[in-house]
Design a protein around this ligand. Structure first.
Ligand SMILES: [Zn+2]
Length: 188
């Protein structure tokens, strides 16, 4: 009899575990979509990233800072060409990511720069165009972080112009075809 009870408990635990796995799987399904294998690369800028980028430019303007978005989506081929720069091609190293290893390749990243009073695009991180004693570059980074962006300037190998949103997806998961699924009601 005792043995019988133990078996029942083991089975109940197994069933509960399966139910739990199912719930986790369903939640993941609700947040992400999975692309078909071998589907051609979609050159799509993520709609939420697009919206937040627009908001960032507007908010920066309210602070007297003119932000220029210099890069959005980048194809894997373009990423590989960029990776070659400073390695097998001339120039300085500008990225540590090969094709498929950057959030730019999935429309989830942007690069910014500033526009000075002469209308020139600048990458000067100490420029203080709005004369408030703070470098505009870092003010923009702070605004971006408030909007939910991760800033490349916080990385061990800093990438100061870079902003990205991963929506909980690693590069590995993106390479496997997972993409953020945006519920219109949840994006605000
Ligand atoms: Zn970037």
């Amino acid at each position: 009899m005792k043995l019988f009870h133990k078996d029942i408990i083991v089975w109940i635990l197994i069933i509960l575990f399966v139910i739990l796995l199912f719930i986790i799987y369903e939640q993941k399904n609700d947040r992400y979509i999975k692309l078909e294998k071998n589907q051609p690369e979609t050159k799509q800028f993520d709609p939420v990233v697009a919206k937040k980028t627009k908001k960032l430019v507007q908010e920066a303007a309210q602070h007297g800072i003119s932000v220029v978005i210099t890069e959005k989506f980048r194809t894997k081929k373009e990423q590989n060409e960029l990776y070659a720069q400073g390695r097998t091609a001339s120039g300085n190293i500008v990225t540590y990511a090969k094709g498929g290893e950057s959030y730019h390749n999935y429309g989830l990243a942007v690069d910014y720069a500033l526009k000075n009073d002469n209308g020139e695009i600048i990458w000067n991180t100490s420029y203080d165009g709005n004369n408030n004693g703070q470098a505009d570059w870092f003010e923009v980074a702070d605004l971006a972080k408030e909007l939910g962006f991760e800033w490349g300037g916080d990385w061990r190998n800093p990438d100061f112009p870079h902003l990205q949103m991963d929506f909980g997806l690693s590069i590995r998961q993106l390479q496997d075809g997972l993409r953020p699924k945006h519920n219109q009601n949840k994006t605000e």
